[in-house]
Design a protein around this ligand. Sequence first.
Ligand SMILES: [Zn+2]
Length: 232
Amino acid sequence: MSDTIERVMVITAHPDDSEFGAGGTVARLVKEGREVTYVIATNGDKGSGDRTMTSARLAPIRAEEQRNAARTLGVARVVFLGYPDGELEDTRDLRRDVTREIRRWRPDLVITMNPHRTYNLYASHRDHRTVAGVALDCIYPLARDHLSFPELMPEFEPHKVREIHLMQWENPQLVVDITEVMDLKLKALACHVSQVGDFAGVETRVRERSAEIGRARGYAYAESFDRILMPR
Ligand SMILES: [Zn+2]
């Protein structure tokens, strides 16, 4: 990780994506003194198997859970874009909203999801692919070029992101040792009460998966990413 990274933005689709994919990395970044902002595209209002639950009730519950998880990790702020869960499309509105937040909070590093379909269907949810593709398009060229989204000017000046980490498990380029912050990641995940009913089962799966990712590098627990360095 470059020493010159001061501000970090994590752009994901749903409340809980940041913790599952990058909670340990976020905890480390915060401990190292970086300022972390979350941008969450949807309100997570479809994520329930409870037949008595409604989308209208679920959205504020998930927002509160996400704020609790972010506070646990020391994340500076959470921005909810409020799009409906499961219906995220690569629209001008979404690209403008993500571009605006990048220009507002000016991250050096953006962590986002995987834009590609993989056969790990939970990880490659449609909204995940969409938000990741949009995030990349907003980093380049939309946040960088002053003539993109003229309605954002002059309040939101162009901004150049320097580095991107994409959550990725198949031959990742970057493996982050999260051993020392694993307990904190689990504590943050446990804040998503509506999503992790049987937390013991979730904890077992997360520990097994993180151990598997770390094994080749000799880390007890790890998270993994592809890494893009933007040319200066
Ligand atoms: Zn998700």
